[in-house]
Write a protein that binds this ligand. Structure first.
Ligand SMILES: [Zn+2]
Length: 213
């Protein structure tokens, strides 16, 4: 009997092997892998070693999108940028636990709406809600999920204004001062984030004086 291979820790394309994951229908060991996009995916060692499986499936989607882009119409520049925005935002907000994006998004309730799981409905919303090639997708309230009502197309200055507004709706001036005071006497950003129910990045900005008048 051949020596059993241990693939844990090995990298194949976008995948890093995490652990064994049972067997497939023909009795081959499956390996659970973490994809660079944050998804996990199980496949056989053969698929990994021959290079036939290199991602959770996100690579194939990208290749497909590039191909569609090549055959796109005159507006293809726009289509591609918008498609990238959709792809990136969705990937961040649907990351599995154990990734940094998970802590920053799904882990604190910033989820992705099922209405936008497919690109077409997202594109339709974008084009009828002010999408332009110089604007980025932002959430009006940084602590709420992606959704038709919480998302806008913004340039840098509206983005900052919205972040400010969201904090100022949430905290009074004396609370902002209290956060700064507690931080100055050694209370950690993590503790402040929990006590005041404000995200870590927002706590950082408060400490830097970003929300001062
Ligand atoms: Zn992936």
């Amino acid at each position: 009997m051949p020596k059993k291979l241990n693939l844990i820790g090995h990298k194949y394309g976008r995948l890093t092997v995490l652990s064994e994951d049972g067997k497939n229908s023909s009795g081959k060991i499956k390996w659970k892998c973490l994809c660079v996009c944050g998804n996990t995916h199980s496949t056989t060692g053969n698929g990994l070693r021959t290079g036939s499986t290199q991602s959770c499936g996100c690579l194939e989607i990208e290749v497909l999108q590039k191909r569609n882009f090549k055959h796109g119409d005159a507006a293809r520049g726009k289509v591609s940028r918008l498609n990238n925005i959709w792809c990136n935002a969705k990937a961040r907000a649907t990351c599995k636990s154990g990734t940094r994006d998970y802590d920053n998004y799904a882990g604190r309730g910033i989820t992705w709406p099922k209405e936008w799981n497919e690109y077409e409905p997202f594109k339709k919303w974008a084009l009828s809600n002010g999408y332009k090639s110089n604007l980025t997708l932002e959430r009006k309230d940084n602590d709420l999920p992606y959704s038709e009502s919480n998302c806008i197309w913004a340039n840098n200055s509206t983005q900052m204004l919205n972040q400010r507004r969201s904090i100022k709706n949430k905290l009074t001036k004396s609370e902002i001062n209290e956060i700064k005071k507690r931080h100055s006497i050694g209370v950690t950003e993590g503790r402040l984030s929990i006590d005041f129910n404000v995200s870590r990045p927002s706590i950082k900005k408060i400490i830097k004086g970003y929300y001062d008048e």
